[in-house]
Design a protein around this ligand. Structure first.
Ligand code: ADP
Ligand code: ADP
Length: 227
């Protein structure tokens, strides 16, 4: 539940490749922002810098009005959903979702309430006792989303969450994410994809990236409507 502000953000990898040139962007609380662009344009780098998994070379990142440029990932109030679900294979759906709260010593009743709330939102209640291997790809990705929800993050980060799914599951899971946006209107969501359809159906605002620069920013209508 927070705004996210990038000011003069640059990224140079150790091989001196400049992947982000000078990014300035103000993301409002509750906004669903989609970064779109071809493979290699730096979408994932940008998301990883917001999450803290990647250092910012220069510039500042603010979340909720606080400069978090040098704050570790666990203290930024963000939760990320990855392309590969990265579930714990030996844990049930329930335990996969509960784990981060359990190790943060949240009390059992609260953990249970959060897990069941997330499971309801994502229609995972019937599968809580299953292991990931007994789920479809779409269900697995919903567990990964559930794991993010229980953390009650200020900002959700999605890194191409549908890319590993087949076409039918991709549509169904995209609708789940659209529902999530409806049921959590105050949560800020930042989503990366190379798929224009995903961007158009999910975004309040689309940011078109190309070779480390912001090319255009606008609503789906503004960007893709025929002139
Ligand atoms: P996208 O997500 O749009 O496909 P990435 O952010 O993954 O783009 O990558 C942007 C550019 O940065 C690419 O040219 C990629 O090869 C390069 N890159 C990504 N990660 C690293 C790294 N750890 N070290 C050096 N270069 C990297
Ligand atoms: P802690 O509660 O001590 O942060 P976690 O297991 O929740 O322990 O997190 C360990 C690390 O992994 C932290 O840096 C945390 O931010 C990160 N992490 C765990 N789950 C996610 C997620 N879904 N999205 C982003 N980062 C995550």
């Amino acid at each position: 539940m927070a705004n996210v502000k990038l000011t003069n953000v640059k990224k140079v990898y150790s091989n001196n490749v400049e992947v982000m040139r000078d990014i300035n962007l103000d993301i409002k609380q509750g906004e669903f922002i989609v970064f779109v662009g071809p493979s290699g344009c730096g979408k994932s780098t940008l998301l990883r810098m917001i999450s803290g998994l990647e250092e910012i070379s220069s510039g500042t990142l603010e979340i909720d009005g606080q400069n978090v440029t040098d704050v570790p990932p666990s203290l930024r109030g963000v939760a990320m959903v990855f392309q590969s679900y990265a579930l714990y294979p030996h844990m049930t759906v329930y335990d996969n979702m509960a784990f981060s709260l359990q190790i943060a010593k949240v009390n059992k009743k609260e953990v249970d309430a959060q897990v069941r709330r997330a499971a309801e939102m994502l229609q995972l209640t019937p599968f809580l006792d299953r292991l990931p291997k007994a789920l479809s790809g779409g269900q697995r990705q919903r567990v990964a989303i559930g794991r993010a929800i229980v953390r009650r993050p200020k900002v959700f980060l999605f890194d191409e969450p549908l890319s590993n799914l087949d076409a039918a599951l991709r549509v169904a899971t995209r609708m789940e994410i659209a529902n999530l946006k409806e049921s959590m209107p105050d949560s800020t969501m930042i989503y990366v994809t190379h798929d224009q359809v995903e961007a158009m159906t999910l975004a309040d605002r689309i940011v078109l990236l190309s070779a480390g620069n912001i090319e255009q920013v606008g609503s789906p209508l503004e960007l893709y409507a025929n002139p």
